[in-house]
Design a binder for this molecule. Structure first.
Ligand code: 99T
Length: 207
């Protein structure tokens, strides 16, 4: 069996998505973890070699090819197992689920940007209005997911559901005061259930 290398950091929600997919599809043994400690202003030379944008996750295959970003890696892994696909392979359901998965990634993007703004940027340069705009994007997205897509999300733990679960886990980690559960009790109940899955328990971030 081939061995792949995953450029990884345990608190990244994008990495967690890949790790959950590895668990859910029984491919964990195929991957070695290479942990990096990076930020937008401090990269890792080895990671940059195959992935010039320098973000994680990146997956080096055994022939040296490097795949990024997390969406590409998750799709690749989904084509490498024989179980139930984590995204419909064709038809309108495919585009719907991919759009939901993209919405989950966008929540992560807003939350990670907020983290960098409020933690990494020098204190005198932080922009409250910009932080509030990211928070509003997340609130709007979560309200939309609860109102329009909850039943669909609950119908299977696929790439869209995995992405959202990792995004919510990241919000809890970095912005525990955000209060999304009070605004979105339906999502909160769904999340409480999926958080019990072994793949989610095994990958839970510990700050
Ligand atoms: O921006 C950088 O140069 C370093 N940041 C990252 O690599 C973050 C780590 S999350 N990863 C991404 O932004 C990946 C986004 C990409 N579209 C994907 O893979 O889907 C770290 C969060 C934290 O430390 O709190």
């Amino acid at each position: 069996m081939s061995t792949m290398t995953l450029f990884h950091a345990p608190l990244s929600p994008f990495v967690r998505k890949v790790m959950v997919v590895l668990h859910e599809t029984g491919q964990l043994q195929r991957v070695q973890l290479h942990t990096v400690n990076i930020s937008p202003v401090s990269g890792d030379a080895q990671l940059n070699q195959g992935n010039p944008i320098g973000k994680i996750p990146a997956l080096r295959l055994d022939d040296g090819t490097v795949l990024h970003d997390s969406r590409v890696i998750c799709e690749y892994l989904d084509q490498q197992h024989v179980g139930q696909p984590l995204l419909p392979r064709e038809g309108s359901a495919r585009w719907r689920r991919m759009t939901l998965a993209s919405q989950a990634d966008a929540i992560m993007d807003a939350a990670v940007s907020s983290r960098y703004e409020s933690f990494l940027r020098p204190e005198d340069k932080r922009w409250g209005g910009w932080l509030e705009a990211q928070a509003e994007k997340i609130r709007r997205s979560l309200a939309n997911l609860e109102q329009e897509h909850l039943a669909e999300l609950a119908s299977g733990f696929d790439l869209a559901a995995i992405g959202l679960a990792c995004a919510l886990g990241y919000l809890d980690l970095r912005q525990p005061e955000f209060g999304w559960r009070e605004r979105q009790p339906g999502l909160a109940a769904w999340y409480a259930e999926v958080s019990l899955r072994p793949s989610m328990v095994a990958t839970a971030p510990v700050a």
